[in-house]
Design a protein around this ligand. Structure first.
Ligand code: SAH
Length: 207
């Protein structure tokens, strides 16, 4: 599968119909998801790896990782509606590709998830509604994996870099995207809004 084919396939997945505002439910743009997963594949972080997608939403990152050869992915989300959409997306992809996707759906708070995995790939809530939530996700990721791909608001770069360093990890790669966010939420007037988002690849420092 090429990067382009991956993005096209991911663009056919169902996304949130009625996003829950307090859970910050925004689906990752398929183009950006495809690029991120491809980048992770090139780093040797996907093929035959066990992945966790924390705050998996409708499953674009975790399911995409399996399409690129991950051994298994855990998809963790607190919202059962999101999990249901993820299960539907898995079935759709299996039909579309003829592959059997090894996805384990876990409905519950990210704090309760406790499997050790090789790599976390996540686009968690950015913490606009709940200030500490991005930190909670990052701590959990550092607890269960040595390599992490995570999206955060670019404006929090210094804060994230410090948190990473203070916890025995290092930022090996960083890139920024203009995240298109479809707004079906009453407080936003424009249909598509763009926010500057950073993608971190962080790795545990081996002493
Ligand atoms: N990763 C998905 C969705 C991003 S939106 C994507 O890239 O498209 C963030 C997701 O985190 C939402 O689906 C929301 O339901 C979930 N979430 C928010 N708080 C959570 C918590 N405490 N534990 C687990 N999931 C949570």
């Amino acid at each position: 599968m090429t990067k382009k084919e991956l993005s096209i396939l991911l663009s056919k997945l169902k996304v949130f119909e009625k996003p829950v505002i307090k859970l910050e439910q925004y689906s990752t743009d398929p183009e950006i998801a495809g690029e991120t997963l491809w980048f992770a594949l090139m780093q040797g972080d996907v093929k035959d790896k066990v992945i966790a997608d924390l705050g998996s939403g409708t499953g674009i990152l975790g399911l995409g990782a399996i399409l690129l050869g991950a051994k298994k992915a855990f998809l963790v989300d607190i919202d059962t509606k999101a999990i249901e959409l993820g299960i539907g997306n898995k079935a759709f992809l299996e039909k579309e590709t003829g592959l059997k996707l090894n996805a384990a759906f876990c409905a519950g708070d990210v704090n309760v998830f406790d499997e050790k995995v090789d790599v976390v790939i996540m686009n968690p809530p950015f913490g606009t509604k709940n200030e500490k939530i991005d930190t909670i996700f990052l701590f959990k990721a550092m607890n269960i994996a040595d390599v992490i791909y995570s999206f955060h608001k670019a404006s929090t770069k210094d804060y994230i870099d410090k948190l990473v360093k203070d916890n025995g990890f290092e930022t090996t790669h960083y890139k920024e995207y203009d995240f298109p966010i479809k707004m079906s939420m009453p407080m936003h007037k424009k249909r598509i809004e763009r926010i500057r988002v950073g993608l971190w690849r962080i790795k545990k420092v081996i002493k």
